[in-house]
Design a protein around this ligand. Structure first.
Ligand code: ADE
Length: 253
């Protein structure tokens, strides 16, 4: 049976996933707790990614080396960069770039040295499957969130976007910085701190990967009203629902 790896950036998300895995066993490697069990009839390993590119790359490497996962999905929150990418929307990655990679003038800006590329594309089939699941969940967002949650957080009807996610070792929280990112990487829909590193590790091992991120802020000066509440009441619920929907439709062969 294929083994699915799930990396969550947030404690609440991992807790939501584990609530659906009745038989999980903890295996500790490199100081990280990997939870091995089943979800929707699939063999699953779930872990907290930790924050930042290096920590996430280590976690991903253990997932691939020790647990031999056949596909890896990353879920978490991100700042919205693209026009029309609003708080409460979901972005599924079709490719990822390290926005803070700059070995110029030796290599082009954003190009990862010796890889000959800046963009690590996600697995097309996996990305489409997760995008379909996200679309399905967002169409019925009220069913997965508490009553009136959308209104309480002043969220518009949530949209799913598929495209470029950029990652770097910085929480982007000023309008000047998000504007600079938009200028440097005009196709970027969202910014976070791990995805592109995990995409590079999966590229090295030839393992299918994609990332699903709920937009928690616009990466600008306007601080989100209550980040932690948003994570537990919106982002974690979307992650659990999207992954569950995806696994329910995926063959477990
Ligand atoms: N994750 C969620 N919001 C983010 C932001 N604004 N910058 C980096 N990572 C994030």
């Amino acid at each position: 049976m294929a083994v699915i790896g799930i990396m969550s950036a947030l404690h609440e998300e991992l807790a939501a996933v584990l609530a659906d895995m009745p038989d999980e066993q903890r295996v500790t490697v490199a100081g990280r707790d990997f939870w091995v069990g089943h979800w929707q009839g699939h063999a699953v390993v779930a872990v907290l990614s930790r924050i930042g590119k290096v920590a996430a790359a280590t976690t991903a490497t253990v997932m691939l080396e020790r647990f031999g996962v056949d596909a890896l999905v990353f879920t978490g929150a991100a700042g919205g960069l693209g026009q029309g990418v609003r708080v409460g929307d979901v972005v599924v990655a079709s490719g990822l770039v390290q926005h803070d990679m700059d070995a110029s003038p030796l290599f082009l800006r954003h190009e990862v040295p010796l890889y000959g590329r800046a963009i690590f594309e996600t697995d097309a089939a996996l990305s489409v499957q997760l995008a379909d699941a996200a679309q399905q969940v967002l169409q019925e967002a009220d069913r997965f969130l508490g009553p009136d949650t959308l209104t309480q957080f002043e969220l518009a009807l949530p949209q799913m976007h598929r495209g470029l996610i950029v990652s770097g070792d910085r929480f982007v929280s000023t309008t000047a910085e998000s504007q600079a990112l938009r200028e440097a990487l005009p196709d970027a829909l969202a910014v976070e701190m791990e995805g592109a590193a995990v995409a590079q590790v999966c590229f090295d091992y030839g393992v299918p990967f994609t990332a699903v991120r709920t937009i928690s802020d616009r990466a600008d000066d306007a601080a989100h009203t209550d980040f932690n509440r948003f994570i537990s009441e919106v982002a974690s619920r979307y992650s659990r629902a999207i992954l569950s929907e995806w696994l329910a439709k995926r063959s477990s062969a």
